[in-house]
Ligand binder design. Structure first.
Ligand code: COA
Length: 197
């Protein structure tokens, strides 16, 4: 069974909670979007202007059949101001149901703490349970952090003429690279497999 809430600890000892986002989280997601740096907003949502997420994007993000689409957040429940740290989603491909498009955003101040790797591990296992075998992620060529993180977590990249296209093979649980992010992902997958598979 896929749990509705996971209590976990980051590498630096911070206790965090991971859970799926629902339509009731509309205001929180809009606030998280507002708090992103223009750079992070552009890198994830490909939008240069404005701090307000559109209604159509919110509707698309927060609805959909669980087997076709998942969106999870990680937050620090002790943080008074804004607990959200990041969120990730996948959408299953209509043409190829064995594949899903994966994307992730972490608030700038929380980057480099293992939040994206944690979200990747959660969605990896959710997708795997629904019979999805591959994640595809799209990144701009200048997004060095994402390029590196994707490669370091085991995705294989190619250039489609506009963007870098990365693919994680979700069956390759035991073939993750020996990078810090790869080791982090392997440890998270092992930890979460106990409760999610
Ligand atoms: C790319 C992105 C998602 C990475 O998120 P993140 O939460 O910083 O990723 P992680 O912390 O899990 O991993 C990043 C690095 O920090 C390292 N790290 C993780 N925990 C750490 C810790 N406690 N101490 C030191 N380093 C740590 C990881 O090993 C990894 O290093 P590497 O990439 O050199 O191998 C984030 O930069 C982001 O949101 N960017 C804007 C949106 C975007 O580009 N999205 C991707 C396209 S969809």
């Amino acid at each position: 069974m896929i749990p509705e809430r996971l209590e976990l600890v980051l590498r630096d000892g911070t206790p965090v909670v991971a859970r799926p986002l629902t339509p009731a989280d509309r205001a929180m997601v809009a606030e998280g979007y507002r708090r992103l740096s223009p750079e992070a907003r552009y890198q994830r949502f490909w939008v240069r202007e404005g701090k307000v997420i559109g209604d159509a994007m919110l509707d698309r993000l927060l609805s959909g059949k669980p087997s076709e689409h998942a969106v999870w957040t990680v937050f620090d429940p002790t943080r008074k101001d804004f607990p959200g740290m990041g969120a990730a989603s996948f959408w299953r491909s209509e043409e190829d149901p064995a594949e899903a498009e994966f994307s992730v955003t972490v608030l700038d101040a929380d980057q480099g703490r293992g939040v994206a790797t944690l979200l990747l591990a959660v969605l990896w296992l959710v997708a795997y349970r629904h019979g999805i075998g591959r994640f595809t992620g799209y990144t701009m060529p200048e997004n060095v952090k994402a390029l590196r993180w994707m490669r370091d977590t085991g995705a294989e990249g190619e250039w489609d003429g506009y963007n870098a296209v990365f693919r994680w093979n979700l069956a390759d649980l035991d073939k993750l690279p020996e990078t810090p992010a790869g080791a982090d992902l392997a440890a998270r997958l092992a930890e979460l497999s106990e409760v999610m598979l």
